[in-house]
Design a protein around this ligand. Structure first.
Ligand SMILES: CC(C)(COP(=O)(O)OP(=O)(O)OC[C@H]1O[C@@H](n2cnc3c(N)ncnc32)[C@H](O)[C@@H]1OP(=O)(O)O)[C@@H](O)C(=O)NCCC(=O)NCCS
Length: 183
């Protein structure tokens, strides 16, 4: 994972405008020029220095540095040290475990380097792949907003997942001792 580079633009355009990506992203890009504008803005998201800042990293394939997807971490609240993750992967690189591995790495980064207290993710109720990924990582489903808004004439559903720093350490880094070894 690394900051986006100019040369990533074609890889990025290959998935960012797809309907199944657009429907789950905040930043809408209806055509190539809007997607390039989004890319240019994301390329500048390289550090978290104040609340509201976003860090966006490209997830690339080791063999040829091809861009497989991207992950963003937004510092939403300084006082309570909260952050939000968002992510998208090109269809060719899905279903191989890359997204889960990379999102876990970004969460590690948020807790270890930025000392966040809680990291959350919001996804659409119909986004089963994202919900499965977040559950797999041990994030807790804290809310399911049903029909909370209208989106293009249809009811929208929203899932809110989160994990605390101390839970993340317990779930992903500290393995429980097998029962017979516990005194
Ligand atoms: C959300 C999204 C990133 C999930 O991608 P994904 O491919 O389902 O997630 P992963 O890369 O972690 O792959 C997990 C799958 O790989 C499989 N897999 C195959 N080889 C694997 C390996 N070596 N290690 C781990 N998992 C492996 C897993 O079994 C799992 O499949 P399953 O769910 O059918 O059991 C993707 O659907 C996407 O980009 N969607 C559009 C954007 C979006 O919705 N973003 C979310 C906004 S918050």
């Amino acid at each position: 994972m690394r900051p986006l580079q100019r040369a990533d633009v074609e890889g990025f355009l290959g998935y960012y405008s797809l309907p199944d990506v657009q429907r789950y992203l905040d930043w809408k890009a209806r055509d190539r020029s809007e997607a390039i504008t989004a890319f240019d803005a994301m390329r500048k998201q390289t550090r978290l220095t104040r609340p509201g800042d976003v860090l966006t990293l490209a997830v690339t394939r080791k063999a040829d540095d091809a861009m497989m997807g991207h992950i963003s971490l937004r510092w939403t609240d300084a006082t309570a040290s909260q952050g939000e993750v968002r992510f998208a992967f090109a269809p060719a690189y899905r279903k191989q475990g890359y997204a889960a591995e990379a999102v876990a790495e970004m969460i590690n980064y948020g807790f270890d380097t930025f000392r966040l207290h809680r990291i959350f993710a919001i996804t659409a109720g119909a986004n089963e792949r994202a919900a499965k990924l977040l559950r797999t990582l041990g994030m807790r489903l804290e809310a399911h907003y049903r029909e909370h808004a209208l989106f293009m004439g249809e009811w929208d559903e929203e899932l809110h997942f989160a994990v605390l720093a101390r839970e993340w350490q317990r779930s992903s880094k500290v393995r429980e001792l097998p029962r017979h070894k516990v005194a």
